[in-house]
Every structure is written in C-alpha cells, then in structure tokens.
Design a protein around this ligand. Structure first.
Ligand SMILES: [Zn+2]
Length: 95
C-alpha cells in the first residue's frame, strides 16, 4: 500500500514539472497591429480584431488617424467598436 501511494505521488510531480509554464499565456503576442494611429493593440482575429475596408475606417478616423493606407485596415476590438458606433446612424452599404 505504501508503494502505491508513493508511485502516485511521483507521477503527479512529473506531470507538473513537464507541463508548460502558464505564464507564457499572460502577454499575448499577436501578429497584426491595429492600424489606427496611436493605438497599439493587437488586431488579430484571436483577440477580436477585424479587417475593414480603408474607406470604412477613413470615415471614422480620417486620413491622419490611420497608420496604414492599404485597402484593408486592421482594427483591434475596441477600435472596431468605436467604428461601429460611429457608423450606427448610417445605412449599411454592405447589405
Ligand atoms: Zn485599435
């Protein structure tokens, strides 16, 4: 009986030490930066980012408010929310 419980203990310890370190997840490193000037959030899909047409974003932030001039701008979650709010009263040209 003493042997059994000992073995179980040992197995548990091994699992913990070989497991990945949780701290790795803490700081998210994305691939895509938000294209809104002076915003440096991540715009990856994983963290709620969106891609919108340049014109869509231009209407919200203006030319100087965007750090990208590609046809698709990447927006972080919170900037996308701002944009959506801004557009609320306008008819949706996409539908
Ligand atoms: Zn942003």
């Amino acid at each position: 009986m003493g042997f059994k419980s000992n073995a179980r203990k040992r197995r548990k310890a091994t699992t913990v030490s070989s497991g990945k370190i949780e701290a790795e997840k803490k700081e998210y490193i994305g691939e895509l930066r938000c294209d809104v000037a002076n915003c440096d959030n991540w715009a990856d899909k994983k963290v709620g980012g969106r891609k919108k047409a340049y014109d869509w974003a231009l209407d919200v932030w203006g030319d100087s408010g965007l750090s990208s001039d590609s046809r698709r701008v990447a927006l972080c979650k919170s900037c996308y929310k701002i944009g959506k709010k801004h557009k609320k009263d306008e008819p949706d040209s996409w539908s």
